[in-house]
Design a protein around this ligand. Sequence first.
Ligand SMILES: *[C@@H]1O[C@H](CO)[C@@H](O)[C@H](O)[C@H]1NC(C)=O
Ligand SMILES: *[C@@H]1O[C@H](CO)[C@@H](O)[C@H](O)[C@H]1NC(C)=O
Ligand SMILES: CC(=O)N[C@H]1CO[C@H](CO)[C@@H](O)[C@@H]1O
Length: 231
Amino acid sequence: MGWAFLWSVLASSVYLKTLTELCSNLLSLPSISGAPTALFLQRTEWLFLKTVAPILKALVDIDGVSNSWSGFYLALMSNAVVIKVESAMQQWYYGALKPWKHYIPVAANLTDLGAAVRHALNVSHIREMQDMMGNATEVINKITYKGEVERLANQLAQVFASAALKHHGAPVFHQSLAHEVSNLKLAEQAVADEHLAKKRSKKRAKAKAARADAALAAAALADLPPKRHGK
Ligand SMILES: *[C@@H]1O[C@H](CO)[C@@H](O)[C@H](O)[C@H]1NC(C)=O
Ligand SMILES: *[C@@H]1O[C@H](CO)[C@@H](O)[C@H](O)[C@H]1NC(C)=O
Ligand SMILES: CC(=O)N[C@H]1CO[C@H](CO)[C@@H](O)[C@@H]1O
């Protein structure tokens, strides 16, 4: 009885150790800095990509109360045909995707879901599905951390530049990220300067008003004694 118990503990710890090693091997497969899209993924998502996704022929992506977020991204990255249920919820890169080129579309009421699954699994469509998966992976591989940072910096710089233009009448437009960043700082500085100038002029006006009040009070006080004396 005691031996059996000890044996099961040993066996399960060996099993756990093997499982841990297996998982850590799987997880360390992609080098985070090497894979352009890795920064968007969590470890469990990598595990899914490396273990479950390769044995799937098709994946259905369906939004719930929110977007499927990384779910659709992972599906497009995998070597499975993506069947996407149409939805009004969009993510920033959806503009680069076209139905039938990157995924098989399905109406939101699911009436054509069966047909879409049959289409994806039909052996006569293997070539077409491979093209579709290749096209989907191509879009995902174009999304890089650096590219997205630059795109966002440009977008922000344009917002700040138009705000700066509105406030100061100075046109601001630059191409490179370095310029955009210094541009952002300039625009921020301009707004801060303006704020400070307003604050100072308010302070000056307040001080002037206080001086005027003090002068009036002093004049009133100066007037009082003669009145008292005159009594
Ligand atoms: C399902 O949605 C599609 C596309 O919006 C529409 O053409 C079709 O009539 C709908 N079918 C039913 C049964 O509602
Ligand atoms: C598979 O696709 C071919 C060509 O589109 C079609 O003729 C055939 O009926 C399909 N097979 C099934 C089982 O749907
Ligand atoms: C990279 C890739 O697989 N591209 C394919 C995209 O789809 C077209 C057909 O729509 C194929 O010709 C390309 O090879």
